[in-house]
Design a protein around this ligand. Structure first.
Ligand SMILES: *Cc1c(COP(=O)(O)O)cnc(C)c1O
Length: 469
């Protein structure tokens, strides 16, 4: 029996325990003082298990999950890099972890916020930051509210439309809608960049601004950004920078110098907080000089996710001015190395030099022939799990039908990248010979292909929902 075949409740044997405590009466323990209405009337439904049952059960469960601490995790757009453990130690220090959110006058904490503000200002070319937003999308909403407030403060109430490129991350149009702005889509050209000719006719006095990601979601640098900034500013709009993926540019180019007015960073991507599974995050928003008066928009209580900000500060100070620049360069080198090593097996729709990530559009030879269905991107992703690699991001961005978006990050060695390349080549060869090997993958994981829709729509999250007891 494998430990993960059973729930901890199913391992339970009446009378088995992992501790021994002396019997105490309610009077001695003081529990008699609790009013009867607040006391339990029956024993809690806890499993009766030994200590070794508990340790093995949970240790085995932890091994079923894939994490960046167990293997390479090239999930494009997510920056799943290895995060130095010292950041965790610092964030867990009682002097920081024990502070109550309502506590005032904690000079050390103030100094950390100030230090982060000036570090991020130096890295981005913005004037000041607010640390309240707790995610990238939350930062986008904050930034858009600042843009709206700015226009309203000038009596410019017609500006209710925001331009978003068709390659944008899905959160961009969603945040704009939450902010009450109407989204206008600007197309990408055949090089995967914002089409300046398509942009020009969209610019009028109803435009609040444009949201851009640079490098964009294809991992490409928007080299016309200065011209775009001039055009949008001339029309009275502002430029919003989605800096969730700023890592390749850190220390090389600053959004402020490109002409952006407002931006957010994802500290949980670029600045080393482990993430995934929904949190915790931090999406600080920076603004240029003229928008500083609007930085106080109220988007959350307290001062954001302090633990995440602290990790990011430790990371920035540890790397220092010189080394922080290396991160982006190494991430860029790794991405281009993988791209060039695999482009004879996987379709590369835009063969340009990429930044920290790039997109393939499925297999060149997917093995499809008379009566045999070829291997799709989903099959490649599933097969990778058999070799101990997490799948890249798939079917995003939506510009291609079979998108595979690969981001190796700066923390992987050449040996790891070579292993990944070898496995991707092997999978391509399998597909060409017999795509059914891929259709049935993964073969070596505890579960193979769950019904993802049902799992997402009707998740069973509690043991008591799953059984009739
Ligand atoms: C991850 C990401 C976001 C959203 O960040 P969350 O913290 O998940 O809300 C926005 N834009 C881009 C480009 C991203 O990669």
């Amino acid at each position: 029996m494998k430990y993960y075949d059973k729930l901890i409740f199913e391992l339970s044997k009446p009378g088995r325990t992992g501790y021994s405590l002396p019997e105490v009466c309610g009077k001695c323990a003081g529990t008699d003082a609790i009013p009867a209405t607040l006391r339990r009337t029956e024993q809690p439904k806890l499993p009766s298990v030994s200590e070794v049952d508990v340790v093995r059960h949970y240790t085995n469960l932890s091994q079923m999950n894939f994490g960046v601490d167990t293997g390479f995790y090239p999930l494009g757009s997510c920056t799943m890099k290895y995060n130095p453990k010292i950041n965790e130690e610092i964030a867990a220090m009682p002097a920081f972890g024990g502070i109550h959110p309502l506590q005032k006058d904690v000079p050390g904490v103030d100094a950390i916020y100030k230090g982060m503000d000036s570090a991020l200002a130096a890295i981005t070319g913005m004037k000041h930051f607010t640390f309240k937003p707790c995610a990238g999308a939350h930062g986008e909403l904050t930034g858009l509210m600042i843009i709206r407030e700015y226009h309203l403060s000038r009596g410019d109430s017609k500006r209710t439309r925001i331009i978003v490129p068709d390659s944008a991350h899905g959160t961009n149009p969603a945040s704009a809608a939450v902010c009450g702005l109407d989204v206008v889509v600007v197309k990408s050209n055949s090089n995967g960049l914002v089409d300046v000719e398509d942009l020009k006719p969209l610019l009028d006095d109803t435009i609040a601004g444009i949201m851009m990601t640079n490098p964009n979601t294809l991992g490409l640098f928007e080299k016309d950004i200065r011209q775009i900034a001039r055009l949008v500013h001339a029309a009275g709009g502002l430029l919003y920078y989605d800096g969730a993926n700023m890592n390749p540019l850190i220390g090389t180019v600053r959004p402020g110098d490109m002409g952006f007015d407002v931006m957010h960073l994802n500290l949980h991507k670029s600045f080393s907080t482990p993430h995934g599974g929904g949190g915790p995050g931090s999406g600080p928003v920076g603004v240029c000089d003229k928008l500083v008066p609007f930085l106080g928009v109220n988007v959350s209580g307290f001062s954001g996710n302090f633990g995440v900000i602290l990790r990011a500060y430790a990371y920035i100070l540890m790397l220092g001015r010189q080394n922080v620049k290396l991160c982006g360069r190494l991430a860029t080198l790794g991405a281009n190395y993988i791209k060039e090593s695999l482009k004879d097996c996987y379709k590369l729709p835009i063969p340009a030099v990429c930044k920290h990530e790039f997109v393939f559009d499925g297999l060149i030879n997917d093995g499809a022939r008379e009566g045999k269905e070829g291997a799709a991107t989903l099959d490649v992703a599933k097969r990778l799990l058999d070799f101990g690699f997490h799948a890249p991001t798939i079917y995003f961005p939506l510009l291609f039908h079979q998108a595979i978006m690969i981001e190796p990050t700066e923390t992987e060695s050449k040996e790891t990248l070579d292993d990944f390349i070898e496995v991707m080549r092997r999978i391509a060869a399998e597909a060409a010979q017999d795509p059914d090997i891929l259709h049935g993958a993964p073969h070596n994981t505890p579960i193979s292909r769950p019904d993802e829709t049902t799992a997402a729509r009707n998740p069973i999250l509690k043991y008591w929902d799953a059984c009739a007891c």
